[in-house]
Design a protein around this ligand. Structure first.
Ligand code: MEV
Length: 309
């Protein structure tokens, strides 16, 4: 049984989304995690994940390893006994720890491939809430935005704890994603924002409210195809992320290079302090802006078009 799940980017609202404000996120289908599950001639559950150099029987790796925890938890909830012998092949073109949702994509693809192979049917909502439980094991206090956009593979207007809401894209638009090549320490940046919030709740609640307003305006701008306005909103969101201390010199540099090369707006995307920035661009300028980012030190770029699913 095979399953594939896309990468994702957060367009607006990261970090504030952990505090109940909305976020906009979209799938990035140019990169994906792919999982194939088949019956094995060897006894046990054998994982072959060349990208992370993992070739092992599930019980020989720590049970809290992200891949092992999906397998153990799924076998537990599906009550399948005795455990079947399986070969599980995992590949992914999503860069790890870059803010593109690689962990969530592996979890979702593995959950679907494994549950289908076991004839344990899971609706999208079940896959999503299972993936959220797995994200919580590894990331502290995640909002659930990553697993939601990866599970449904559609643009989402996400509010923590609320049913999925998608949004229409008035006019398809182009985003250039630039990777700093530095691992985004999301758990740490989420923890540091929490410390700031704990030290002055009133101040940070206001900042998160401002982000929430930007997200609502951005949704309207996307629905009505107002790209200049959307670009300006990206710049405003980035200023607030800087205030939250989650940007970095490398992200700020790529963002300013993109703006100088003609982007309509740019910001960091995801946990920050590394990982990716995104720039909203006119389609015909995308190759030049991508080149400018690579020249300025981006480890890789992806040009992606956002459309209604
Ligand atoms: C990480 O992709 C997005 C954050 O907002 C954390 C979260 O929502 O769990 C930084």
């Amino acid at each position: 049984m095979k399953s594939s799940a896309p990468g994702k980017i957060i367009l607006f609202g990261e970090h504030a989304v952990v505090y109940g404000r909305p976020a906009l996120a979209v799938p990035v289908t140019q990169v994906h995690a792919d999982v194939e599950v088949s019956g094995s001639s060897r006894t046990g559950i054998w994982i072959d994940a060349p990208g992370i150099d993992l070739h092992a029987e599930v019980n020989s790796i720590p049970s809290d390893h992200p891949v092992a925890s999906v397998i153990h938890n799924l076998l537990f909830i599906s009550r399948i006994s005795p455990f079947p012998s399986l070969d599980i092949k995992i590949t992914s073109s999503i860069p790890v720890a870059s803010g593109l949702g690689s962990g969530a994509a592996v979890t979702v693809a593995l959950t679907r491939a494994l549950s289908s192979h076991l004839n344990y049917l899971m609706a999208d909502e079940e896959v999503n809430s299972f993936a959220y439980e797995i994200e919580k094991l590894h990331h502290g206090t995640p909002s659930g935005v990553d697993n939601t956009v990866v599970t449904y593979a559609k643009p989402v207007y996400f509010v923590k704890g609320q049913p999925i809401e998608t949004f229409a894209v008035g006019d398809p638009f182009t985003i250039v994603i630039g990777d700093t090549g530095i691992s985004a320490p999301t758990k740490e940046s989420v923890g540091d924002v929490r410390k700031l919030w704990e030290s002055d709740e009133a101040k940070w609640e206001k900042v998160f409210d401002e982000v929430g307003e930007i997200v609502k305006q951005a949704r309207k701008a996307i629905e009505s195809g107002k790209m200049k306005e959307l670009g300006a909103l990206m710049n405003q969101n980035h200023l607030l992320l800087q205030e939250m201390t989650v940007s970095s010199p490398e992200l700020d540099n790529l963002i300013s290079v993109a703006r100088k090369a003609g982007a309509l707006g740019a910001k960091l995307s995801g946990g920050g302090r590394g990982g990716n920035m995104i720039a909203l661009v006119e389609k015909e300028k995308a190759p030049d802006i991508s080149k400018a980012l690579l020249y300025a030190g981006a480890a890789r770029t992806i040009i992606t078009t956002v459309t209604t699913a």
